[in-house]
Design a protein around this ligand. Structure first.
Ligand code: FES
Length: 254
Protein backbone atom coordinates (compact mmCIF):
# COMPACT_ATOMS: atom_id res chain seq x y z
CA UNK A 1 0.00 0.00 0.00
CA UNK A 2 1.28 3.49 -0.74
CA UNK A 3 2.34 5.86 2.00
CA UNK A 4 -0.66 8.09 1.23
CA UNK A 5 -3.15 5.21 1.41
CA UNK A 6 -4.33 3.03 4.28
CA UNK A 7 -1.72 1.66 6.66
CA UNK A 8 -1.79 -1.98 7.77
CA UNK A 9 0.14 -2.29 11.00
CA UNK A 10 0.30 -3.70 14.52
CA UNK A 11 -0.82 -1.12 17.08
CA UNK A 12 -0.05 -1.16 20.78
CA UNK A 13 -3.05 -1.01 23.09
CA UNK A 14 -2.80 2.05 25.35
CA UNK A 15 -5.98 1.23 27.28
CA UNK A 16 -9.27 -0.60 26.90
CA UNK A 17 -11.91 0.44 29.41
CA UNK A 18 -15.65 -0.09 29.87
CA UNK A 19 -17.55 3.00 28.73
CA UNK A 20 -21.05 1.70 29.54
CA UNK A 21 -22.77 -1.66 29.99
CA UNK A 22 -21.22 -3.94 27.33
CA UNK A 23 -19.60 -0.98 25.56
CA UNK A 24 -15.85 -0.41 25.54
CA UNK A 25 -13.45 2.34 24.54
CA UNK A 26 -10.07 1.25 23.21
CA UNK A 27 -7.10 3.57 22.62
CA UNK A 28 -4.34 2.48 20.26
CA UNK A 29 -0.91 3.82 19.50
CA UNK A 30 -0.97 4.18 15.70
CA UNK A 31 0.97 7.33 14.70
CA UNK A 32 0.73 7.01 10.91
CA UNK A 33 -3.00 6.36 11.04
CA UNK A 34 -3.55 9.15 13.60
CA UNK A 35 -1.85 11.64 11.30
CA UNK A 36 -4.00 10.65 8.33
CA UNK A 37 -7.51 9.85 9.57
CA UNK A 38 -10.51 12.10 9.13
CA UNK A 39 -13.85 12.17 11.01
CA UNK A 40 -16.24 9.57 9.62
CA UNK A 41 -13.53 7.27 8.32
CA UNK A 42 -13.04 3.83 9.83
CA UNK A 43 -10.46 1.12 10.38
CA UNK A 44 -10.56 -2.67 10.28
CA UNK A 45 -9.34 -4.10 13.60
CA UNK A 46 -8.12 -7.63 14.20
CA UNK A 47 -7.89 -8.43 17.89
CA UNK A 48 -5.02 -10.67 18.99
CA UNK A 49 -3.55 -10.88 15.47
CA UNK A 50 -2.94 -14.44 14.36
CA UNK A 51 -4.04 -15.99 17.65
CA UNK A 52 -7.70 -16.61 16.83
CA UNK A 53 -9.49 -17.13 13.49
CA UNK A 54 -11.69 -14.03 13.72
CA UNK A 55 -12.26 -11.60 10.90
CA UNK A 56 -11.42 -7.93 11.21
CA UNK A 57 -14.10 -5.61 12.58
CA UNK A 58 -14.90 -2.22 11.02
CA UNK A 59 -14.91 0.52 13.66
CA UNK A 60 -15.29 4.23 13.10
CA UNK A 61 -12.68 6.56 14.62
CA UNK A 62 -14.12 8.06 17.79
CA UNK A 63 -11.24 10.44 18.38
CA UNK A 64 -7.78 11.08 17.10
CA UNK A 65 -4.72 12.78 18.58
CA UNK A 66 -2.09 13.21 15.85
CA UNK A 67 0.42 14.74 18.29
CA UNK A 68 0.21 11.78 20.66
CA UNK A 69 -0.06 9.38 17.71
CA UNK A 70 -3.19 7.75 19.12
CA UNK A 71 -6.70 6.91 18.01
CA UNK A 72 -9.72 5.68 19.96
CA UNK A 73 -12.72 3.55 19.07
CA UNK A 74 -15.98 2.85 20.88
CA UNK A 75 -17.51 -0.58 20.37
CA UNK A 76 -20.29 -2.86 21.51
CA UNK A 77 -19.46 -6.46 22.40
CA UNK A 78 -21.44 -8.26 19.71
CA UNK A 79 -19.51 -11.44 18.95
CA UNK A 80 -16.27 -13.34 19.33
CA UNK A 81 -14.08 -10.63 17.78
CA UNK A 82 -15.34 -7.73 19.86
CA UNK A 83 -15.38 -9.97 22.94
CA UNK A 84 -11.66 -10.66 22.47
CA UNK A 85 -11.05 -6.98 21.75
CA UNK A 86 -12.84 -5.98 24.97
CA UNK A 87 -10.38 -8.06 26.99
CA UNK A 88 -7.36 -6.21 25.58
CA UNK A 89 -4.98 -4.77 28.13
CA UNK A 90 -2.24 -2.18 27.92
CA UNK A 91 0.66 -3.44 25.85
CA UNK A 92 -1.37 -5.96 23.80
CA UNK A 93 -1.18 -5.80 20.04
CA UNK A 94 -4.09 -5.18 17.66
CA UNK A 95 -3.78 -5.39 13.88
CA UNK A 96 -5.28 -2.27 12.30
CA UNK A 97 -5.90 -1.32 8.67
CA UNK A 98 -6.86 2.28 8.05
CA UNK A 99 -7.90 4.95 7.59
CA UNK A 100 -10.54 3.63 5.20
CA UNK A 101 -13.53 5.09 3.40
CA UNK A 102 -14.88 8.54 2.84
CA UNK A 103 -15.62 10.60 5.95
CA UNK A 104 -17.75 13.64 6.72
CA UNK A 105 -17.38 16.70 4.51
CA UNK A 106 -16.34 19.01 7.32
CA UNK A 107 -17.33 22.64 6.91
CA UNK A 108 -17.39 25.79 9.00
CA UNK A 109 -20.61 26.88 10.65
CA UNK A 110 -23.23 25.33 12.87
CA UNK A 111 -23.82 21.58 12.88
CA UNK A 112 -26.73 19.42 13.92
CA UNK A 113 -25.58 15.88 14.73
CA UNK A 114 -28.23 13.19 15.17
CA UNK A 115 -27.29 9.72 16.41
CA UNK A 116 -29.15 6.49 17.04
CA UNK A 117 -27.64 3.86 19.35
CA UNK A 118 -23.89 3.53 19.02
CA UNK A 119 -24.00 5.79 15.96
CA UNK A 120 -22.78 8.34 18.49
CA UNK A 121 -19.34 6.67 18.44
CA UNK A 122 -17.85 8.85 15.72
CA UNK A 123 -19.36 12.18 16.73
CA UNK A 124 -16.68 13.25 19.24
CA UNK A 125 -14.16 13.32 16.36
CA UNK A 126 -16.55 15.29 14.12
CA UNK A 127 -17.38 17.62 17.02
CA UNK A 128 -13.68 18.46 17.39
CA UNK A 129 -13.79 20.04 13.92
CA UNK A 130 -17.05 21.97 14.32
CA UNK A 131 -17.36 25.66 15.21
CA UNK A 132 -20.66 25.05 16.97
CA UNK A 133 -22.92 22.04 17.24
CA UNK A 134 -26.08 20.63 18.73
CA UNK A 135 -25.91 16.87 19.33
CA UNK A 136 -29.03 14.72 19.69
CA UNK A 137 -29.05 11.01 20.46
CA UNK A 138 -31.61 8.31 20.93
CA UNK A 139 -31.25 4.87 22.51
CA UNK A 140 -33.66 2.12 23.57
CA UNK A 141 -32.70 2.34 27.25
CA UNK A 142 -30.23 4.43 29.23
CA UNK A 143 -27.47 2.06 28.08
CA UNK A 144 -25.02 3.97 25.93
CA UNK A 145 -26.08 7.44 27.00
CA UNK A 146 -22.93 7.86 29.12
CA UNK A 147 -20.91 7.58 25.88
CA UNK A 148 -22.54 10.73 24.50
CA UNK A 149 -20.61 14.02 24.46
CA UNK A 150 -21.51 16.45 27.28
CA UNK A 151 -24.59 18.51 26.45
CA UNK A 152 -26.15 15.88 24.16
CA UNK A 153 -29.94 16.16 24.01
CA UNK A 154 -31.22 12.66 24.78
CA UNK A 155 -34.26 10.53 24.06
CA UNK A 156 -34.75 6.98 25.31
CA UNK A 157 -37.55 4.65 24.32
CA UNK A 158 -38.08 3.57 27.95
CA UNK A 159 -37.93 7.15 29.23
CA UNK A 160 -35.10 6.38 31.66
CA UNK A 161 -32.96 9.28 30.42
CA UNK A 162 -34.08 12.42 28.61
CA UNK A 163 -37.29 12.57 26.61
CA UNK A 164 -39.32 9.37 26.31
CA UNK A 165 -39.52 8.30 22.69
CA UNK A 166 -37.46 8.10 19.53
CA UNK A 167 -34.72 10.50 18.53
CA UNK A 168 -36.99 11.73 15.73
CA UNK A 169 -39.23 13.17 18.45
CA UNK A 170 -36.41 15.55 19.35
CA UNK A 171 -36.49 16.95 15.82
CA UNK A 172 -39.97 18.43 16.15
CA UNK A 173 -38.69 21.74 17.52
CA UNK A 174 -35.51 21.96 15.44
CA UNK A 175 -34.95 25.22 13.61
CA UNK A 176 -33.57 23.57 10.51
CA UNK A 177 -32.48 26.78 8.82
CA UNK A 178 -30.14 27.62 11.71
CA UNK A 179 -27.85 24.72 10.77
CA UNK A 180 -25.25 24.83 8.01
CA UNK A 181 -24.58 21.08 8.09
CA UNK A 182 -26.50 18.10 9.38
CA UNK A 183 -24.89 14.74 10.21
CA UNK A 184 -26.89 11.58 10.88
CA UNK A 185 -25.52 8.24 12.05
CA UNK A 186 -27.28 5.15 13.33
CA UNK A 187 -29.38 2.19 12.18
CA UNK A 188 -30.76 2.50 8.64
CA UNK A 189 -34.41 2.71 9.73
CA UNK A 190 -33.59 5.56 12.12
CA UNK A 191 -31.66 7.46 9.44
CA UNK A 192 -34.47 6.96 6.93
CA UNK A 193 -36.92 8.38 9.50
CA UNK A 194 -34.68 11.40 10.14
CA UNK A 195 -34.27 12.06 6.42
CA UNK A 196 -38.05 11.76 5.96
CA UNK A 197 -38.58 14.46 8.61
CA UNK A 198 -36.01 16.82 7.13
CA UNK A 199 -37.57 19.69 5.17
CA UNK A 200 -36.71 19.30 1.46
CA UNK A 201 -35.13 22.78 1.39
CA UNK A 202 -32.33 21.67 3.75
CA UNK A 203 -31.90 18.10 2.51
CA UNK A 204 -28.82 19.13 0.51
CA UNK A 205 -27.03 19.86 3.81
CA UNK A 206 -27.62 16.37 5.22
CA UNK A 207 -24.89 13.73 5.31
CA UNK A 208 -25.46 10.21 6.57
CA UNK A 209 -23.00 7.58 7.76
CA UNK A 210 -24.33 4.22 6.61
CA UNK A 211 -23.94 1.01 8.58
CA UNK A 212 -23.17 -2.16 6.67
CA UNK A 213 -21.75 -5.61 7.25
CA UNK A 214 -18.25 -5.20 5.91
CA UNK A 215 -16.02 -8.04 4.86
CA UNK A 216 -12.90 -6.47 3.43
CA UNK A 217 -13.38 -2.74 4.11
CA UNK A 218 -11.72 -1.55 0.92
CA UNK A 219 -13.99 -2.28 -2.03
CA UNK A 220 -13.00 -5.83 -2.97
CA UNK A 221 -15.58 -8.30 -1.59
CA UNK A 222 -18.72 -6.54 -2.86
CA UNK A 223 -20.45 -7.19 0.45
CA UNK A 224 -21.57 -3.68 1.38
CA UNK A 225 -23.93 -2.33 -1.31
CA UNK A 226 -25.80 0.93 -0.67
CA UNK A 227 -28.61 1.69 -3.16
CA UNK A 228 -27.93 4.84 -5.12
CA UNK A 229 -30.58 7.43 -5.98
CA UNK A 230 -29.13 7.39 -9.51
CA UNK A 231 -29.80 3.64 -9.82
CA UNK A 232 -27.50 0.74 -9.06
CA UNK A 233 -25.42 0.54 -5.95
CA UNK A 234 -22.54 2.30 -4.26
CA UNK A 235 -20.03 0.60 -2.03
CA UNK A 236 -20.41 1.53 1.64
CA UNK A 237 -16.75 0.97 2.46
CA UNK A 238 -15.22 2.82 -0.47
CA UNK A 239 -17.80 5.37 -1.69
CA UNK A 240 -18.85 5.92 1.94
CA UNK A 241 -19.56 5.18 4.70
CA UNK A 242 -20.56 8.87 4.67
CA UNK A 243 -22.87 9.87 1.82
CA UNK A 244 -24.98 12.87 0.91
CA UNK A 245 -28.51 11.91 2.01
CA UNK A 246 -29.83 12.78 -1.45
CA UNK A 247 -27.43 10.29 -3.09
CA UNK A 248 -29.03 7.35 -1.24
CA UNK A 249 -32.20 5.64 -2.51
CA UNK A 250 -34.06 5.39 0.81
CA UNK A 251 -36.90 3.41 -0.79
CA UNK A 252 -34.49 0.52 -1.30
CA UNK A 253 -32.97 0.66 2.19
CA UNK A 254 -34.26 -2.22 4.30
S1 FES B 1 -16.65 -4.41 2.64
FE1 FES B 1 -15.84 -5.46 0.92
S2 FES B 1 -16.53 -4.24 -0.76
FE2 FES B 1 -17.16 -3.14 1.00
Amino acid sequence: MSSSGPVDSDARVIACIPADEGIFRIALEAPRIASACRPGQFAMLEPSPGAFPVSRRPLTFSSCDPEAGSVTFLFDVAGAGTSILSRSVEGDSVRILGPLGRGWETAPGRWLMVAGGLGIAGFPFLLSTADEAVVMAGTRTGRGTSCCPPGTVLATEDGSVGMRGLVTGLLEDVEWDSFDSIAVCGPSAMMRAVVARTPPRVLGRVQVSMESRMGCGWGVCGGCPVPSSRGGFMSCCKDGPVFRACDVDWERIS
